[in-house]
Design a protein. Sequence first.
Length: 287
Amino acid sequence: MYTSYDALMPRTYAQTIDGSHKVHLDRIDPTDTAGLDKEEGLERLEKLGAELGELLNLLAFAGQHALLVVLQGRDASGKDGAIRKVLEFCNVTSARVESFKVPTEEERAHDFLWRVHRAVPRRGYVTMFNRSHYEDVIAARVHDLVPKETWRARYDRINGFEETLADNDTILLKFYLHVSREEQYDRLIEREKGPRTAWKLNPNDWREIPLWDEVTRAYQDALERCSSRERPFYLVPADRKWFRNLAVVERIVLSLRPLRDGWLAHLDEMGTDALKEIRKIRAAAKR
């Protein structure tokens, strides 16, 4: 069973939400960069990225754990950008991205966790969720897609689901990308200026803007109800794209780093066993 090492970690670029305190998103600065300038931040990002690449290779080769990275945030908070940056350091043969949009007819015919559970990674693999099961207590709540008693009951279902993942050696890292109202507006406007961003244009993004306060309350409740010391949420100030990427990559590295020695020991054992078998085959071939 995978055990979180978060209690051993100092405060880092991503703020840890462990369910022990109320969450007030309006009191957290989305422009915060922890005192770093962009040049220094990018330098640190490249060093952490190199370590991340090594750790993800060990995860894949050892095959003892899976890694699930969940990215939540408002429209234009940078989920796609953070995913692209992490993927730069991933082994493409063992990583994939899953996006969760409006449920299909088949998905609506199952329980709300069905489409999510079937997309989680197997041991040795990495999956990144662009939105996730949290939409079923965010969008479903804000847009009155289900009755209140239905979405309120889902917090406990989500916690149970995530506990099951941990029991199956899945390293679960949940990020909330915290963007300001002003930055979100600027990014949505920027999408309209050229063909390279036309694919991102979505009228529903603008329909969400008047619902800012309702979405805020929904996220605050989800962050409080579905965070614990074992399975926290990590809040990332996301107005500065380079800092957002740094905070996400650093947290993944810090979460995987304690497992490195165990993976190496397991790989050494695998190599020893394989050599024994190879020598037996060679000896038999010489007879």
